[in-house]
Design a protein around this ligand. Structure first.
Ligand code: EPZ
Length: 419
């Protein structure tokens, strides 16, 4: 098994180019099920989650070619609508094929994703919305069995909680529905916005894009032609590298970003004493490594993203004072706290609130537990005295492309070794 060996690194310098957003590319790949043409997707990140979803579509009969960052998918020959447990259990976002498969074929069986390290992550909101659109949903032997023989109908959907993939699933289902679907309390994450923009530019009229109220005019089962797509930059990858510079000290320009997607992250880093110089598609991060404490409440976009919570807990571990983090989205997203504590972090957990008293960190053997927790351990290891070895880094490979080479290029002391 691979592990990362990281030594204290200071004064990072140079440039990092951000890859395409995993969480934008996943719904876009699922959306190709709605297309009648072969779809070209540029700037697709070469990470495990993307390869998993491509494999799932190939198992259904789709054809796919993935070279460098260009992905071509043709779903014309899909001959199965059963997304099996062996794949879905490895990547819960596979649930994103439910809406498009049901809308196009009128029947599909998708394995229940099951929970994951950060929480139960139910899909009840996805399923109740599809039922409102006329689907018959049955849960049997661990599968969602969905039927809509006469197609889906437009409906008014009110999400009790804001759900990113729930919103994306219903947008794609509504795209082929008969009539108009309104989604109230829709997610507004940039990844949801890109999905809407692509559909709207390719024959599915959508109003209210980037707001919490979406109106989708369905094509009544007419498949769409999708023009070439370029995936938006990954705001969480960018935020992760910004934190790496913040904790080690240095002067690094992060290129290929959309500053509008980073407002909450940039604002919090500035509060902690980090200088962020924005330009049209890059951000220069300057830090002396001395950080003020922070108070964070995670919430939906444009608020502070839960996917950056772990990384900021690492920053808080060495800040000059006491920080607090209130994790409002997931019930178990503090798995990184115990691993950071093994490096000497002073973290007290009380339900969904973490209180962190800044101090120093020492290298240790630690274990990654989920994708973003892994990146928090890397950030802490770059600051810790001595050597840190991070095990189970397959979690990391799900969402960060070429992480070691990007960090090495700016002077970080990080190596991927095998045990
Ligand atoms: C998406 O997950 C992201 N994944 C997650 O990123 C991200 O953390 C999350 O949104 C929140 O921003 C992808 O986009 C592939 P939710 P998703 O549905 O859609 C509850 C990463 O690191 N809920 O917005 O699964 C749920 O339990 C990953 O890249 C229901 O109760 O999250 C949670 O408490 C981790 N019922 C809250 O809503 C439902 O039917 C938000 O979940 C659906 C969700």
């Amino acid at each position: 098994m691979d592990y990362l060996q990281i030594k204290r690194s200071t004064n990072l310098k140079g440039k990092i180019t951000i890859s395409g957003a995993k969480n934008a590319a996943l719904p876009i790949i699922a959306m190709t099920i709605l297309a009648k043409n072969r779809v070209t997707i540029q700037n697709t990140p070469q990470v495990a989650d993307i390869k998993t979803l491509i494999k799932l579509l190939q198992n259904l009969g789709a054809k796919a070619e993935f070279k460098n960052s260009t992905l071509q998918i043709d779903t014309a020959d899909i001959n199965s609508t059963k997304a099996t447990y062996d794949i879905v259990r490895t990547m819960r976002a596979s649930i994103l094929v439910l809406g498009p498969l049901l809308a196009r074929f009128g029947h599909c069986e998708v394995s229940l994703p099951g929970g994951c390290a950060i929480g139960a992550r139910p899909i009840d909101l996805h399923l109740s919305a599809l039922e409102k659109m006329g689907a018959k949903i049955e849960i049997k032997d661990g599968y969602v069995i969905a039927d809509a023989k006469d197609g889906l109908n437009g409906a008014n959907i009110v999400f009790d909680k804001i759900t990113v993939t729930g919103t994306e699933n219903i947008i794609m289902a509504a795209a082929l529905a008969n009539g108009v679907t309104k989604i109230f309390n829709a997610a507004k994450e940039p990844e949801v916005v890109q999905l809407c923009e692509i559909l709207n530019q390719n024959g599915v009229k959508i109003e209210g894009i980037a707001t919490s109220e979406l109106t989708i005019h369905g094509t009544n089962k007419n498949l769409i032609n999708l023009d070439e797509i370029t995936v938006i930059p990954d705001r969480i990858e960018a935020g992760t590298y910004m934190c790496a510079v913040a904790i080690t000290g240095g002067d690094v320009t992060i290129e290929n970003i959309n500053p509008d997607h980073l407002v909450a992250i940039t604002s919090k880093l500035c509060d902690m004493g980090v200088e962020c110089k924005l330009s049209q598609n890059s951000i220069r991060v300057i830090s002396d490594g001395n950080l003020k404490p922070c108070n964070i409440i995670t919430t939906e976009f444009p608020g502070f993203p839960t996917d950056m919570q772990a990384q900021f807990m690492a920053l808080a571990s060495i800040a000059d004072g006491v920080s607090s983090i209130d994790e409002r989205l997931f019930e178990n997203r503090f798995m990184h706290a115990s691993e950071l504590s093994r490096m000497g972090a002073d973290i007290k957990l009380n339900g969904h609130i973490a209180t962190i008293t800044g101090g120093s960190l020492n290298g240790a053997d630690v274990m990654a537990t989920d994708l973003r927790a892994s990146s928090a351990l890397i950030i802490a290891a770059l600051r810790a005295e001595g050597i840190t070895r991070i095990h189970r880094i397959y979690h990391l490979d799900r969402g960060y492309e070429n992480l070691e080479s990007k960090l090495t290029a700016i002077g970080a002391n990080i190596k991927r070794l095998s045990e």
